[in-house]
Design a protein around this ligand. Structure first.
Ligand code: GDP
Length: 432
C-alpha cells in the first residue's frame, strides 16, 4: 500500500494532523520501544483506500538542530514515500527551515502537497496564499485541530498517489509478461511449441512491427500469459560463426520487457558460465525468476547427483528461486511452470506494511545488532519496503552498514516474509 510521509518543523501540528488524518477512532500512540525509538508509522483508510502514514518527525532521535532535522526528514520522505505532506504553520508563514525543506522536496519525483495548518477560520485563509512562495504549488489550508479542510486534503492525497505500480508494465489486468530465455540449444523453441501445444497459438497482432508478431499469448493453467519476443525464438538468426544473435542482445531485451523470466537450462549437461550470466542478468534487472531444468528425460541418477552439487556450488545466490525439472520433449512437469510463475510474481508484487517491517527490524536488531565498526555502533532507526517489483527494503541508519549484515537482513527478511521467486534489494540510507 502507498506511503504518505508527513514532514515539518516541531510545533506546526504534525502529530495533530496525523491524528486527524487517521480519524477520530484511532489515537496516535507512540509505541514499540527499541530501535525505532518512537514508532512513526500508522495504517490509515480513506474512501476505502488504505495507505500508511509516516510521521518523519518522530524519526530523528538525535538532537541536531531543527534545521538539519527537517531537511533530513525531507530526504527520508523522498526515498520512502509515494506522496509527501510538508506541513507549515500558516500563522507563522514560511520560515527558513520550511524553505530549506521545500528546496529539498522540489527535487523529489514524488508528489508534494504543502499543508497550511492552523487555518481555523475563513479569516486566516488569506495568509495561506503566501505559501505559494515555497515553489511546491497550491497550499492546502487545514485546521488539524478542528478538522477543517482535512477531508479535502485526503482526497487530494489519494489523487496524488501513483496508480498501482502495475502500470509500469502496461498492466491494468492484462496478461503477465514472461520471458523464456537460455543459451542456444537448451530447448527454448521446443518448449514454446510444447507450451503452445495443440492449442492454437494466440498471436498478438498489435505489437508486431514487421511481419512477425513479437509476442505470443499462451494459455497455461487457465490463464493467458504474454510470452515476450517469441519472434526471436521462431525466426532464428544464425551469424557467420554459428552463434545465435538471440543469445546475447535479445536475451537482455526480453528480460527487460518481462515481469517474470523462465531461465531454461540444459539439465543433461554441466552448468555453464553462460547459464550463470543469464541468471545474473535477471537478478540485476530485478525480475522474478523461475529456473527450469530442461531435457530431464536425459537425466540419469549420476547426472542428477552431479547436478545437485552444481546447484549447491554455483546457484547459492538464487537459492530463493523455484526450480522445476521439465522436458520439452516428453512434456514432463510442464504443468508446474504456471504455478511457479504465479508464486514468483506474487512475491515480486508483495508489499509488507511499514508497521510490520519496523517491529520485525526492532526484534532483529535487538537480538543481533549491526557489528561495531571503529568503536561506533550504527543504529537502524526506521525501515520500510519502499518498492515492489522487485521488493526493496530501505533502511535508515545512523552509520555505515556493511554488506555482510545487509545480506543477513535480506536472509531474515526472506525467512520472515517469504519472497520465494523474487529478487529482494536491501538499500541503506545513512544519515550523517
Ligand atoms: P533453443 O536453441 O533453445 O531454441 O533450442 P531448441 O528448441 O532448438 O532445441 C535444441 C535441441 O534440443 C533440439 O534438437 C531439440 O529437439 C532438443 N530438445 C529440446 N528440449 C528437449 C528435451 O526436453 N529433451 C530432449 N531429449 N531434447 C530436447
Amino acid at each position: 500500500q502507498p506511503v504518505l510521509a508527513v514532514v515539518g518543523r516541531p510545533n506546526v501540528g504534525k502529530s495533530t494532523l496525523v491524528n486527524r488524518l487517521l480519524g477520530r477512532r484511532q489515537a496516535v500512540v507512540k509505541d514499540t520501544p527499541g530501535v525505532t525509538r518512537d514508532r512513526v508509522s500508522y495504517d490509515a483508510v480513506w474512501n476505502g483506500r488504505s495507505f500508511t502514514i509516516v510521521d518523519t518527525g518522530g524519526w530523528d532521535p538525535d538532537a541536531e538542530g531543527v534545521y538539519a532535522s527537517v531537511t533530513s526528514q525531507a530526504e527520508m520522505a523522498m526515498s520512502a514515500a509515494d506522496a509527501i505532506l510538508l506541513v507549515v504553520d500558516a500563522n507563522v508563514g514560511s520560515s527558513a527551515t520550511d524553505e530549506a525543506a521545500a528546496k529539498v522536496l522540489r527535487r523529489s519525483k514524488r508528489p508534494v502537497l504543502v499543508v497550511a495548518n492552523k487555518v481555523d477560520d475563513q479569516r486566516a485563509e488569506a495568509e495561506v496564499a503566501e505559501l505559494w512562495s515555497l515553489g511546491l504549488g497550491q497550499p492546502y489550508p487545514v485546521s488539524a485541530l478542528h478538522g477543517r479542510g482535512s477531508g479535502d486534503l485526503l482526497d487530494e492525497v489519494l489523487r496524488a498517489f501513483p496508480e498501482t505500480p502495475r502500470e509500469r508494465f502496461g498492466g491494468g489486468g492484462g496478461p503477465r509478461r514472461v520471458a523464456l530465455v537460455g543459451k542456444p540449444n537448451v530447448g527454448k523453441s521446443s518448449m514454446l511449441n510444447k507450451l503452445v501445444g495443440e492449442q492454437r497459438a494466440v498471436v498478438d497482432e498489435t505489437s508486431g512491427t514487421t511481419v512477425d508478431p513479437v509476442d505470443s499469448l499462451v494459455e497455461l493453467d487457465g490463464e493467458v500469459w504474454r510470452f515476450v519476443d517469441t519472434a526471436g525464438l521462431r525466426r532464428r538468426v544464425k551469424t557467420a560463426d554459428g552463434t545465435e544473435y538471440y543469445a546475447s542482445l535479445r536475451t537482455k531485451a526480453a528480460i527487460e520487457a518481462a515481469e517474470v523470466v523462465i531461465v531454461l537450462i540444459d539439465g543433461s549437461n554441466p552448468l555453464t558460465e553462460q547459464d550463470l550470466r543469464i541468471i545474473s542478468m535477471v537478478i540485476e534487472s530485478g525480475r522474478a525468476l523461475v529456473i527450469a531444468y530442461n531435457k530431464w528425460d536425459l537425466v540419469d541418477e549420476d547426472r542428477r547427483r552431479s547436478l545437485e552439487k552444481e546447484i549447491d556450488r554455483d546457484l547459492v545466490q538464487v537459492r530463493w528461486a523455484e526450480r522445476v525439472n521439465v522436458s520439452a520433449e516428453t512434456g514432463r512437469a510442464i504443468g508446474k511452470l504456471a504455478p511457479s510463475l504465479r508464486r514468483a510474481l506474487e512475491s515480486w508484487d508483495q508489499r509488507i506494511s511499514t508497521g510490520r517491517i519496523n517491529s520485525w527490524i526492532s526484534d532483529i536488531v535487538a537480538a543481533q545488532p549491526p557489528p561495531v565498526r571503529g568503536g561506533k555502533q550504527s543504529k537502524i532507526m526506521f525501515a520500510t519496503q519502499a518498492h515492489t517489483r522487485p521488493p526493496t527494503l530501505v533502511l535508515f541508519s545512523s552509520g555505515f552498514i556493511e554488506a555482510g549484515y545487509r545480506r543477513f537482513l535480506e536472509r531474515r527478511f526472506r525467512e520472515s516474509f517469504g519472497f520465494e521467486g523474487s529478487p529482494v534489494r536491501v538499500v541503506v540510507r545513512v544519515k550523517e
